[in-house]
Design a protein around this ligand. Structure first.
Ligand SMILES: [Zn+2]
Length: 321
């Protein structure tokens, strides 16, 4: 009887002190959504997450006119997030991803090296994110492997015939979001990347438009699934989850169709998270794409070789003291 009492007392103390609460993280890139359009759209799920933590405008593109100037192009932006460096270091200059400099480790490699038993996942509408940017299995990246891989559907033209309206991308995003939510809920990977593309397709085609707004609202529903999975995990397991959502670039004003250049609206991105203790840099509007990697590493509390962290161009946005 007494032992049972102690047992339940310790169980009761567990969440109070938070000791040995496992940290889990998912970051999501929603492609090419201008901050202004996001703020106008009806996004109840993103709003709920930001209410728990925070939302801020931020920038990408490196130093305009300086040596770190970085094209506001998709894969370039993803790789700045993944490596915490601008393009002059990571060497991804466009979506062809010809010769990334893998000596700048991605968050996946950093985490794998620090915790070999960690479970890593990718859920993505673009296979190159894994095969080229992360360089999964390549000898240049130490041959590291992911545990949960759900991507490549854009290459399956039998199941997803390529229509000019890009409805197939919308379908794949939806599938990816369902699978991400399912795996997060049932397996609880330690680190996951979810990438959804459809918003960028609507941006290129229609610019500022009802079509772009509805694409943003769809993405919000897809994120909502993942957020529910996280809440399930937190309720049923002794885990603390961080969700970090961002976009890879803005779009050129005033029509918001193109991107790639260095105009203010192309350089403008945004970030939102459920983590509430954010520092003044996050809220200043001066945070950037390369701050995300140090932020995620700060949350995960994994050790990183100094030879890697000294390359980082950004800093953590968390206020952990
Ligand atoms: Zn993009």
């Amino acid at each position: 009887m007494f032992n049972r009492f102690i047992f339940f007392f310790l169980i009761w103390l567990y969440p109070v002190f938070g000791f040995s609460q496992e940290k889990k993280l998912v970051f999501i890139i929603l492609d090419g959504i201008p901050a202004e359009e996001l703020e106008l759209a009806n996004t109840p799920n993103l709003d709920r997450i930001a209410k728990a933590g925070g939302y801020a405008r931020a920038f990408t593109g490196g130093e305009k006119g300086g040596k770190t100037e970085t094209p506001t192009i998709s894969a370039v932006g993803y790789n700045s997030l993944l490596t915490g460096t601008w393009a002059n270091k990571h060497q991804v200059w466009d979506n062809d991803i010809k010769a990334p400099d893998y000596s700048y480790w991605t968050i996946f490699r950093l985490f794998r090296e620090a915790k070999p038993s960690a479970k890593l996942g990718i859920f993505s509408t673009w296979e190159d994110n894994r095969t080229k940017l992360l360089g999964e299995g390549l000898k240049e990246t130490g041959g590291f492997k992911l545990d949960f891989v759900f991507d490549g559907f854009e290459k399956d033209t039998l199941t997803y015939p390529h229509d000019s309206d890009k409805q197939y991308i919308q379908k794949i995003d939806n599938l990816v979001s369902y699978e991400a939510a399912h795996i997060l809920q049932t397996e609880g990977p330690d680190l996951s990347w979810v990438y959804l593309e459809y918003t960028d397709d609507m941006g290129h085609r229609f610019g500022k438009s009802p079509q772009l707004s509805s694409a943003i609202e769809l993405a919000d529903q897809q994120v909502g699934r993942i957020w529910e999975a996280i809440q399930f995990r937190e309720k049923n397991y002794n885990e603390e989850w961080l969700i970090w959502i961002t976009t890879d670039h803005g779009r050129r004003a005033p029509d918001f169709k193109d991107h790639g250049g260095q105009s203010d609206s192309e350089r403008e991105i945004w970030m939102l998270t459920n983590f509430s203790n954010l520092n003044s840099r996050f809220h200043s509007g001066k945070a950037s794409m390369v701050d995300i990697l140090p932020t995620l590493i700060d949350f995960l509390e994994v050790s990183v070789p100094e030879a890697q962290s000294k390359n980082w161009d950004g800093e953590s946005l968390l206020n952990k003291n």
